[in-house]
Design a protein around this ligand. Structure first.
Ligand code: ADP
Length: 401
């Protein structure tokens, strides 16, 4: 069987990232990215190459410069372009072949992700123009969580806000949670997607998820990615009355409060030092009180969220750590697990600290449910989902009704 090539594109508000992936492979064939788009400092770079300046380039200019770099790595034509799209609302419950209806749907969901969806659309439109003959697929961060039951996704607000205005919990990081849960099933010798998992995706953004047999049952992020866990610069859950309190007592307006909660809080706000876990671990080791507090709050709140999510499952087969912090910080894993003995979860300290960067492994003590560290690979998941969708559509076209 030939292993096909998929170009995965992640369009951000000021950046675009490309990854050429081969089906079934855990390593990218080639990666490149352009940053600071629409500014005089715009540039692109790729591993092993020096940074090239592209003053005032937009998404299409950047893609125009990056696509020729792929040529040296193509042993066959590209079979699909897979685009990461942040918000698919309730409309998109899985990957979709991009056409006018899907473009309109992504645009219609932009009020729910005002920074991300328009940026994703810029990447999609640029790729459609430059690669018009290759099928383009949208893979949504929210789609995996569309299996949540209403008692998990509804807020206790008047019905009209949901029915008319779409105010509900959506959840994000779906591609990552889905990927690591699948890997957990494989690593523990289960069939394809079987298992009841708690998963913690801990990067700059952080979310937890309860997954049963490949379906998201509940997750910590909500209408927006601000809800839930403590993150790098995001507060996660706060009293919903905080907005009113800050407006009344400090006279702060909405943009000021949004900046506080999204950019100045989380690990950065608590520590007064940094949003970067590596830096905080070093500072903690040198006795920095803010760093110590930030890490403690981060781990305690994570444990509380995981314990809460367990009620969405009939049992817990295991807990998965992923994302830059989950994969690399033995301290975060150990402190979080120190709060979860009530669930029978016990870490083996030696296995926890011996795990090498980039490696998947099991770190539970004897008798504990599985505790897994699994490097996430959202691009691989996007590539595989894009190909599965194309294969399904071919089959449907070939099978008479
Ligand atoms: P993003 O959400 O931007 O993809 P990542 O998944 O790369 O982010 O995670 C970034 C976080 O991972 C940062 O807080 C970083 O400090 C942390 N991290 C990376 N390596 C380590 C390490 N060895 N020890 C502790 N934290 C780490």
């Amino acid at each position: 069987m030939t292993h096909r090539l998929v170009l995965v594109i992640n369009g951000g508000s000021s950046s675009i990232k490309l990854a050429l992936r081969k089906q079934g492979s855990s390593k990218p064939v080639f990666e490149a990215q352009a940053e600071r788009l629409n500014t005089p400092q715009a540039s692109y770079s790729f591993p092993g190459g020096s940074e090239c300046s592209l003053p005032d380039a937009n998404h299409q200019d950047a893609l125009n410069a990056l696509l020729p770099l792929l040529d040296a790595h193509l042993d066959q034509p590209i079979s699909a372009v897979g685009h990461r799209v942040v918000h698919g609302g309730e409309q998109f419950t899985g990957p979709r072949l991009i056409n006018d209806e899907v473009l309109a749907g992504i645009e219609a969901n932009a009020p729910l992700a005002p920074l991300h969806n328009p940026a994703n659309l810029s990447g999609i439109r640029a790729a459609m123009k430059l690669l018009p003959d290759i099928p383009q697929v949208a893979v949504f961060d929210t789609a995996f969580h569309q299996s949540m039951p209403p008692h998990a996704f509804r807020y206790a607000l008047p019905d009209e806000l949901y029915a008319v205005h779409g105010v509900r919990r959506y959840g994000f990081h779906g591609t990552s949670h889905q990927y690591v849960a699948h890997q957990a099933s494989l690593l523990t010798g289960r069939a394809e997607t079987a298992g009841a998992w708690l998963s913690a995706h801990l990067g700059n953004g952080c979310s937890s998820c309860a997954i049963l047999d490949g379906k998201s049952m509940d997750t910590s992020m909500g209408l927006t990615p601000l809800e839930g866990l403590v993150m790098g610069t995001r507060s996660g859950d706060v009293d919903p009355n905080l907005h009113a309190h800050l407006a009344r007592t400090l006279g702060w307006d909405l943009p000021r409060i949004e900046r506080l909660l999204n950019r100045e809080s989380g690990l950065l706000g608590l520590s007064g030092l940094s949003n970067d876990m590596r830096e905080l671990e070093q500072a903690r080791a040198q006795g920095h009180g803010g760093a110590q507090l930030a890490i403690e709050v981060f781990c305690y709140r994570l444990a509380r969220s995981l314990a809460g999510l367990a009620v969405a499952l009939p049992r817990v087969d295991g807990l998965i750590f992923t994302g830059g912090i989950g994969e690399n910080s033995a301290l975060t894993r150990a402190l979080t697990l120190s709060h979860l003995a009530v669930m029978g979860l016990h870490v083996d300290p030696d296995r926890n600290s011996a795990l090498k960067r980039g490696e998947a492994g099991r770190i539970e003590a004897t008798g504990s449910p599985a505790i897994l560290v699994i490097p996430t690979d959202e691009e691989r998941q996007i590539a595989e989902e894009s190909l599965t969708l194309l294969d399904r559509q071919h089959l449907e076209m070939e099978t008479p009704a």
